[in-house]
Design a protein around this ligand. Structure first.
Ligand code: HEC
Length: 233
């Protein structure tokens, strides 16, 4: 029976650029679901994951994507489940290789309020209003490691005061026919990630930056909304 990763492929995985380029060009090895073959495979993975990628800059992220692809193949074909350690090691290695901009982009919430609400629901994410307050006041940073600047504008003059924002949302904004079908959370999410979709009366549009969907992850946005929800009158 063919081994999933042969010694030769392993050498290519860990070897120099030339060998590596060769192995990437090859199709993924076929999966052997025999328990013994899987056990050997697992041992090989463990070796690869212990490898110190920092000392070998010639080994690219592609190594790990390939490893991930093999895992995926094994999961589909054999019902193989990587153990906690393997998953953790792979996540850490991927994070150490991927550049920060890519990681930030992959974790950012984006601008679709309905999709964000659905993900909160699916992932069981609950906002922490205390952390939301820290984010709002610049005492905790966005995904990119910089303060968000909410409090600088939301001082009642440049932008609506945050005190009573929940009450105003329910008693005023949600009665506006343009927001038909919205509930308060969706309104607040959209106010943050797509500020120009609805301009609060008495204030100007195009002032609040529209980049927060790229600077917050699901948890941070939930925290901010929980904080806003707590600012009742
Ligand atoms: C550069 C100034 C500025 C910054 C920074 C800013 N905002 Fe705003 N924000 C505004 C302005 C102006 C409005 C009102 C106009 C509008 O609806 O876009 C507004 C509207 C809102 C509303 C709707 C308020 C209401 O009464 O209905 C919410 C909620 C909100 N911002 C939250 C935030 C949060 C959270 C942050 C930080 C992540 C933030 N804003 C950062 C200027 C800003």
């Amino acid at each position: 029976m063919p081994k999933i990763i042969s010694r030769a492929l392993m050498a290519a995985l860990l070897g120099g650029v030339g060998l590596w380029a060769l192995s990437l060009a090859q199709p993924l090895p076929s999966v052997d679901c025999d328990p013994q073959a899987l056990a050997r495979q697992q041992a090989t993975f463990a070796e690869i994951l212990r490898f110190d990628f920092d000392k070998h800059p010639d080994l690219s992220t592609a190594n790990l994507f390939r490893l991930g692809a093999i895992y995926q193949q094994m999961a589909l074909a054999c019902g193989y489940k990587p153990n906690e350690q393997e998953v953790q090691a792979q996540i850490l290695q991927t994070l150490s290789l991927a550049d920060v901009a890519q990681i930030v982009a992959a974790r950012a919430v984006g601008t679709n309020s309905l999709a964000i609400l659905a993900k909160w629901e699916a992932e069981g994410i609950v906002g922490d209003s205390f952390n939301g307050q820290l984010l709002f006041n610049g005492l905790a940073n966005g995904l990119d490691g910089s303060p968000l600047g909410c409090a600088g504008c939301h001082n009642d003059q440049t932008a609506p005061a945050i005190e009573g924002v929940w009450t105003r949302t329910v008693e005023q904004h949600l009665r506006d026919p343009r927001l038909a079908g919205y509930d308060a959370r969706r309104y607040l999410v959209e106010s943050i990630v797509m500020p120009n979709a609805y301009i609060v009366e008495g204030y100007v549009g195009d002032l609040m930056p529209s980049y927060f969907g790229q600077r917050l992850d699901l948890q941070q946005l939930a925290d901010l909304v929980a904080f806003l929800e707590s600012q009742d009158q």
